[in-house]
Design a protein around this ligand. Structure first.
Ligand code: RP5
Length: 160
C-alpha cells in the first residue's frame, strides 16, 4: 500500500491471524496501512529503528499486537510520540490474560490504548485508529459515520 499512515506491527507472524482483523477494518474504511513483524525480544534493534523512523515515514498511528510477555506495545510507545493502540493476542498457555496484563498496566506518562484480547480487540483497534485519524480527515470521518450507521442498521430488533 502506498503512503501508509497506520503501521500494524506484531511480535510474530503467528499474530497475523489476529491482527488481520484490524487490517480488515482499515481496508473497509480506505485507510492506508503497512504490516511488519517487529519483536521486542527477538529483534530489539529492528524495534528501535522502527520507532525512530516511523514518524518521518509518514506513519501517524501504530497498532501493536503481541502475545505472552507482550512488551511490544509498551516499548514502542516508550520510543515514539505517535499514539499506540495495543492488541493482546491470545496465548496458548494463559488464553491471553498474560498478554493483557503485560500490556495494560503501563506506568504513568507512557500511554497505550489497550483493546480486548484477540480478534475483537484487533478489530476495535482498527475502529479506534480510524476514529482518531478522522479528527484530521473529513472524508474519513464521513466514511466512518456511514460505516457506523450501517453497523447499527444491521442489528435487527427481532430476536428470531
Ligand atoms: C510473542 O510471542 C508474539 O507476539 C507471539 O504472540 C508469541 C509467540 O510467538 P511465536 O513463538 O509463535 O513466534 O512474542
Amino acid at each position: 500500500m502506498s503512503n501508509p499512515i497506520v503501521s500494524i506491527i506484531m511480535g510474530s507472524r503467528s499474530d497475523w491471524p489476529t491482527l488481520q482483523e484490524a487490517a480488515q477494518v482499515l481496508d473497509g474504511l480506505e485507510v492506508a496501512y503497512e504490516t511488519r513483524v517487529v519483536s521486542a525480544h527477538r529483534t530489539p534493534k529492528r524495534l528501535y529503528r522502527f520507532a525512530e523512523e516511523a514518524p518521518e515515514r509518514g506513519i501517524r498511528l501504530i497498532i501493536a499486537g503481541a502475545g505472552g510477555a507482550a512488551h511490544l506495545p509498551g516499548m514502542v510507545a516508550a520510543m515514539t510520540w505517535l499514539p499506540v493502540v495495543a492488541v493482546p493476542v491470545s496465548s496458548k498457555q494463559l488464553n491471553g490474560l498474560d498478554s493483557l496484563l503485560s500490556i495494560v498496566q503501563m506506568p504513568r506518562g507512557v500511554a497505550v490504548a489497550t483493546q480486548a484480547i484477540g480478534g475483537a480487540g484487533a478489530y476495535n483497534a482498527g475502529v479506534l485508529a480510524a476514529q482518531i485519524l478522522s479528527l484530521q480527515d473529513a472524508a474519513l470521518q464521513a466514511r466512518f459515520q456511514h460505516w457506523r450507521s450501517e453497523l447499527s442498521a444491521a442489528v435487527s430488533e427481532d430476536v428470531e
